[in-house]
Each structure stands twice: as C-alpha cells, then as structure tokens.
Design a protein around this ligand. Structure first.
Ligand code: BG6
Ligand code: MG
Length: 218
C-alpha cells in the first residue's frame, strides 16, 4: 500500500487565528507607540513569536532591553490566549475535517507542523487533536520557518521520508520551509503570494478527493 505523509500547518490552514494574532500584536504595538496595519500582519504569518516582535520593533525603530522584550512577549501571548479561549469547532476552516477524515480513511499518516507554541491548546479547543499521528510545534524546534526543521521533525515522527511528505501551508516562510525539506508544498491562499508552492488552492473546498488520491498513488 502506498503511504505519503501529510503535514498540516495550523494557523491559517486549519483555523483562522491570524485575526487574533493581529488583534494582540496591534494592541501591543499601539501601546508602545508603533503603528501596525493588516498589511504588516501579513508579513508575520508563519513567523515565530520572537521574530514577529523583532520585526514590529524594527518597523517602529525601537530598541528594548532583553527584560522588556520578554515582558512584551508574555503580554502578547496572554492577550492572544484570551482571544483563543473562546474558540470551538466553528472556527475550523471549511472542509478541513472532511479532508483529514479522508486521509485517515485512506490510512495516511497525518502530522501537524506549526510554529505556534499554542498549537496543542488550539487543536484541543477545536476538537481535532485526536486525528494527528504526530504534533510538532514551536516548543519542539530551535529554528523557525523558512528553516525546514519543523517539517523534517514531523516527517521523522510519522516515519515517512521527506520526499514522500506533502505540506499544506498558508505562509511564504512555510512554503519555503517545505521546499527546503524536499517536500511537496501545497499553498492554501493566494497564488500570487504563494508562487513558490507546487500547487495553490484558495481553500480546502477547492481540493478534490481525486487530487488527493493521485498524490497518494504517485
Ligand atoms: C504561526 C503564526 O503559526 O505561529 C504566527 O502564523 C505566530 O503568526 C507563530 O507568530 C507563533 O505562534 P505563537 O502562538 O507561539 O505565538
Ligand atoms: Mg500558517
């Protein structure tokens, strides 16, 4: 039987948490006198918490002590945790459970490969955690996307060679990480933005079961 490894990013692929990251970063930036727009938020997609704060500070030409930096990181996360505390199944993006179910029916291993340190909490809240054969998140890696570490660790955890893994990603950094890992990269989002991906779909609703079947077989 053919087996491929299917690795899902979390934020922007399984759930639309970008809006909560945006609210939390915006509050933090504005509190320290830095403007923060939705366009800038796009640049933070897939980017680790540390790197995100570094970027915001550089946009505002602000330098902080290590202590202040750590305090702001904690503040942002508390705010974010407050936003996600109310999450439930309704926040799963369209057709994601159906596609995961299909992969499970076909006995394909499914893993999570996310930069977020809150990944497990979110998967529990939306009641999807039990579908994953492995979860690799921001707590398990040293190097952030576009480094391939998170996806290589996920492949190892499900015991599928990287060349036989398929990554679903909504961020440029994530697509680059998948390609560096020698995996097939499927972009979820805008073709123009995710042009480095092997395939791009607007949403999981546009991915047919025939398409997935072909990936499994070839
Ligand atoms: C990524 C998000 O999945 O996780 C980023 O796209 C976020 O916006 C990063 O900064 C880290 O997440 P967290 O939950 O650990 O702050
Ligand atoms: Mg993402």
């Amino acid at each position: 039987m053919n087996k491929k490894g299917f690795i899902f990013d979390l934020d922007g692929v399984i759930v639309d948490t970008a809006k909560y990251h945006f609210l939390a970063w915006k509050k933090l930036a504005n509190d320290i006198g830095i403007d923060f727009t939705e366009t800038q938020n796009e640049e933070l997609k897939g980017v680790s918490r540390v790197k995100s704060l570094e970027k915001i500070l550089s946009w505002g030409n602000k330098e902080l002590t290590q202590d202040e930096f750590m305090k702001l990181m904690a503040k942002k996360n508390n705010d974010y945790l407050h936003h996600i505390s109310q999450m439930d199944e309704n926040e799963i993006l369209p057709d994601v459970p159906q596609k995961i179910n299909y992969l499970k029916e076909k006995k394909q291993p499914v893993a999570l490969g996310s930069a977020s340190k809150n990944a497990r909490v979110i998967l529990q809240k939306v009641n999807l955690i039990q579908y994953f054969n492995a979860i690799v998140d921001g707590n398990d890696v040293v190097k952030a996307k576009p480094d391939p570490e998170v996806f290589l660790n996920a492949a190892k955890a499900i015991e599928i060679p990287p060349e036989r893994c398929v990554v679903f990603e909504d961020s440029v950094a994530g697509i680059q990480a998948a390609k560096k890992a020698a995996m097939m990269a499927i972009g979820i989002g805008d073709k123009e933005v995710l042009f480095e991906a092997d395939f791009v779909f607007k949403s999981f609703e546009d991915i047919t079961t025939e398409f997935i079947e072909q990936i499994i077989e070839n």
